[in-house]
Write a protein that binds this ligand. Structure first.
Ligand code: SF4
Length: 106
């Protein structure tokens, strides 16, 4: 099992607003346009129009783009998406993303 911070993180527009990469007023824009901009900026990898769910971009090693490479801590912990808040693997202590290297592919 891998942990949340190396998995594709699905977020909604309100998460992106909380993180601060989307402006409050952009909520009224077609999400498709917002997604386009975020994709260009390398923040979002995918957008599902039907569900309105964005997938956060990851680094080349599959780390979440908000995971600090050295400390393995979430750099936006206080503003982290709901998905991360609800993920059973977040913790065991605040600010700490339970990181485990990916198991070898089977
Ligand atoms: S807790 Fe932070 S580093 Fe971990 S997946 Fe969520 S946003 Fe990324």
């Amino acid at each position: 099992m891998s942990s949340c911070c190396t998995l594709p993180v699905e977020v909604r527009i309100k998460d992106l607003i909380r993180i601060g990469v989307v402006d409050e007023f952009e909520k009224d824009e077609p999400p498709k346009n917002v997604a386009k901009r975020l994709q260009k900026e390398g923040i979002v990898e995918r957008f599902n129009q039907k569900s309105g769910i964005f997938t956060l971009a990851r680094m080349s090693n599959d780390d979440c783009l908000y995971l600090d490479r050295k400390s393995r801590l979430c750099t936006i912990y206080d503003k982290r998406p709901d998905t991360c808040r609800n993920h059973p693997k977040v913790g065991p202590r605040p600010g700490y993303c339970a990181y485990k290297p990916k198991p070898p592919a089977r």
